[in-house]
Design a protein around this ligand. Sequence first.
Ligand code: NAP
Length: 314
Amino acid sequence: MKVLITGARGQLGRALIKLKPSDIKIFAMDRSNFNMLDISYCLKTINTLNPDWIINCGAYTNVDLAESDKETAMRINYQAPEAFAQEIKKLGGNFLQISTDYVFSGKRITNSPYLTTEKRSPLGIYGQSKAKAEESLEDIFSDSSQGIILRTSWLMGPVGKNFLITILNLNLKSKEIKVVNDQIGCPTSTISLAKVCWKIIKLKKYNLIFKENRNRILHWQDDGETNWHEIALFISKLSKEYGLIHNHANIIPIKTSQYRSLVERPSYSVLDCELTKNLLNYRGRHWKITLKEILKKIHLDKNNSNIFKTKFKI
Ligand SMILES: NC(=O)c1ccc[n+]([C@@H]2O[C@H](COP(=O)([O-])OP(=O)(O)OC[C@H]3O[C@@H](n4cnc5c(N)ncnc54)[C@H](OP(=O)(O)O)[C@@H]3O)[C@@H](O)[C@H]2O)c1
């Protein structure tokens, strides 16, 4: 089976490549050979390579910058996947779109995990661009089983631009780190998510399950429910235990209103993953276990193992 991965140098892209099943051939596409702003060039590449699946990890992920760069964010997050999905459908292949909790506002009266069937209500440009892609893909694949949308949240891995690496680096240079404690959600390890992506692709019978779920949307995040402050504390304490930092900074809880940001973030981001767990016959792991696994990997990585580095690589 041939699988084309967009955004292959991103944190999820890299995890997918690392965890690739042995019988799968990967076309790892990044900005240099598959610039998603040049949609017609990408379509030619898709035609030439004719993959069985496309996993669309490529995305404009800078949520704040998207507010002032709407056209680029829309092109990469909405128009590009829309065009790729139309093309792969014609070629007879399948499309796995990675989407986000940001398609929801997080403004719920009662905090219960978001179901896959709930109405989208994005707050900013990034969320809107991903929500528009979802709507378009639902439309394209309304008469076919070739497309799946997989929403996730708070993605963190041993490499890449993510909260865990940011907190490690802040611990190296700051005595005090202020972190919001009133946004509720759950981290997702790139390792867990990559495994789920490969399981979806390997699954033959997902069509049966989707009979009742016409919108073809799945959710995946690690187990549990927490906030950014608690995560920062956990990362800092454990990284000291692993000898990744000398001393951890004082991690101070603040409210979202005290944090300067260009865009409002969802205050509640827990996703209901039961459908995915049942479909894949796969149990999740608690976020503390998966973050511990990531920190252990960083500790063991030979580039990071000469302890007390000045900066953890992105
Ligand atoms: N990160 C999160 O917390 C989070 C949460 C929920 C959902 N998601 C979704 O999960 C998916 C993977 O996210 P991630 O965290 O792995 O993101 P990431 O690390 O930022 O990776 C995204 C990749 O897309 C690439 N890209 C950006 N513009 C491109 C262009 N014009 N042409 C080709 N490639 C381009 C980037 O390339 P460069 O490296 O060259 O910029 C980067 O490698 C995305 O769809 C994202 O929306 C992420």
